[in-house]
Design a protein around this ligand. Structure first.
Ligand code: NAD
Length: 493
């Protein structure tokens, strides 16, 4: 009860602050983006420590996937803010004499950002950058499953930012549900489809627009490559795209690999070699692989391996250390397709390889399952490339690499179908938290008589020519030299 009444008070104050127009000012947006950049730079060590505490995430990964990408995004937002905020001229047909039009982005108002634990800074602050750049007031609700990161965001970030406009609220499902009961102008959610449904149901009450950044199973198709350089590069990129990205606990991490039967053993052998080269004989000791976030997820992953036939399909790794929440990089070949490991999102360091007769069969395989957030295809075959683009659907499609698309500000990041909807990153984040308002400026100098009643057949004919942008036709109708086929309506005129 206490939480709810304090929510109400805070939200009312934030709405009033928004109404004052302060957050719409370019100078305010710029100052907040700069303050956010200061937080990332000055608290870099604290952020790394929090990520180490929550996930055992290596400092390099922390910089690569969170601090570095966020600073890069902030630099872009600061450089582009004026251009993003300025109205864009819209073309009108010549028939709209003495009329001009533009599209102006206006903030939505009070927005709620709910994020996940695997990239607790990246997934919280990347959308927040968009919300601030677009001039909104925002509440951020990070995940309770990365408590050190959430607590740092709560205690430290807020001392850098304007607290009348930006607040961090800590809590789990109960607090999130209380937040969801409030009225928002936008909800931006990153997490599972299960909670995504809860978010959408809550949004229905006030018809609140929602962005859902969800997950799913992201396949990597590996075509047979002839050059040994290409093969090795493919293997290295797959390994880092799986085990070297939060230990596979990433929405765009490779979930499973599809490969031709005859090429499988070569791929597995090379993977074994490169896992050892990257993480050493004892990967746990290397301290370069993130640990599993908590006991619940550890048991969930362990259970995926418990199935007898799944266990028999392990060809590499498989050892687990429950006390330290560590799971060794594990490769499986052809686990049963109806086992949980192939029907649920894995979200951990287990990599099934599924063999197909011909690589083209992978298209049917992918199409028969929910549309993935990311699809990766390693190939030099242009025909396969074309077919993948036109015959599959996914949030993104990357050829010959993995994860890379996340760092590209010029690309929209988001899902399709069950992997979510809406998009962000770079200018897309600004647009996600803006309403694109159509502005029309009309002069009093000209006016068409045929837009006013009483309706006549002649006016209908003129309107028809007008919508076809046929100026000659309009002239001919006016001169009585052209009749349209609208005789049909004559009885009503
Ligand atoms: P989650 O859905 O359990 O939690 C996400 C957020 O929802 C958290 O802030 C949590 O506190 C809140 N929450 C949890 N249960 C709730 C409930 N019952 N009612 C209201 N709120 C609730 O997801 P997660 O475990 O944090 O993340 C894993 C999932 O998120 C995976 O499916 C993954 O693919 C997806 N994900 C997607 C992206 C993306 O960018 N598309 C990024 C990271 C994770």
């Amino acid at each position: 009860m206490e939480i709810i009444s304090s929510f109400h008070r805070d939200l009312n104050d934030m709405r009033e602050y928004y109404e004052s127009g302060k957050t719409k000012q370019a100078s305010w947006r710029e100052s907040q983006l700069k303050a956010l950049r200061c937080f990332l730079m000055e608290k870099q060590q604290h952020i790394m420590e929090a990520l180490m505490q929550d996930l055992g995430k290596h400092q390099l990964e922390a910089f690569r996937d969170e601090i570095g990408t966020l600073i890069k995004t902030l630099n872009l937002a600061l450089k582009s803010l004026k251009a993003w905020m300025s109205g864009k001229k819209a073309e009108l047909p010549q028939v709209a004499l003495f009329t001009s039009a533009e599209i102006v982005s206006e903030p939505l108002g009070l927005v709620l950002i709910i994020s996940s634990w695997n990239f607790p800074f990246g997934l919280s602050l990347e959308p927040l950058i968009g919300a601030i750049a677009a001039g909104n007031v925002a509440i951020l609700k990070p995940s309770e499953l990365s408590p050190a990161s959430s607590s740092l965001l709560f205690s430290s970030l807020t001392s850098y930012l304007d607290n009348k406009a930006i607040k961090v609220i800590q809590g789990g499902p109960q607090e999130t549900q209380q937040l969801l009961e409030q009225r928002w102008d936008k909800i931006f959610f990153t997490g599972s489809a299960r909670v995504g449904r809860i978010v959408m149901s809550a949004a229905v009450k006030n018809l609140t627009p929602v962005t859902l950044e969800l997950g799913g199973k992201c396949p990597a198709v590996v075509d047979s490559l002839s050059s040994s350089w290409d093969i090795e590069t493919t293997v290295k990129r797959i390994i880092v795209g799986k085990f070297g990205t939060c230990a596979g606990q990433a929405c765009i991490a490779i979930d499973y690999v599809l490969v031709e039967n005859k090429y499988c053993s070569k791929l597995v052998e090379l993977m074994k070699v490169w896992i050892k080269k990257m993480f050493g004989e004892n990967p746990q000791r290397s301290k370069t692989i993130t640990r599993i976030v908590n006991k619940h997820h550890f048991s969930r992953l362990n259970n995926l391996l418990a199935d007898k036939m799944v266990k028999e399909s392990v060809v590499y790794g498989g050892s687990v250390d429950e006390e330290n929440l560590f799971i060794e990089p594990t490769i499986l070949v052809d686990p049963p397709l109806d086992a949980a490991i192939m029907s649920e999102e894995i979200f951990g360091p287990l990599l099934p390889i599924i063999t197909v007769e011909k690589i083209e069969d992978s298209i049917r395989f992918i199409r028969s399952r929910p549309k993935p957030l990311a699809l990766y295809v390693f190939t030099k075959n242009k025909t396969l490339e074309r077919r993948m683009i036109s015959e599959t659907s996914s949030g993104s499609l990357t050829f010959n690499d993995a994860i890379l698309q996340y760092a590209a500000d010029s690309l929209p990041f988001g899902g399709v179908g069950e992997s979510g909807f809406g998009m962000y990153h770079g200018k897309f984040s600004f647009d996600t938290f803006s309403h694109q308002k159509a502005i029309v400026r009309r002069s009093f100098l000209t006016d068409f008589w045929f837009r006013y009643p009483p309706w006549t057949l002649n006016k209908l004919q003129l309107l028809e020519e007008c919508y076809n942008y046929d100026y000659l036709g309009m002239l001919l109708v006016m001169l009585g030299l052209k009749r349209s086929s609208k005789g049909l309506f004559a009885n009503h005129m």
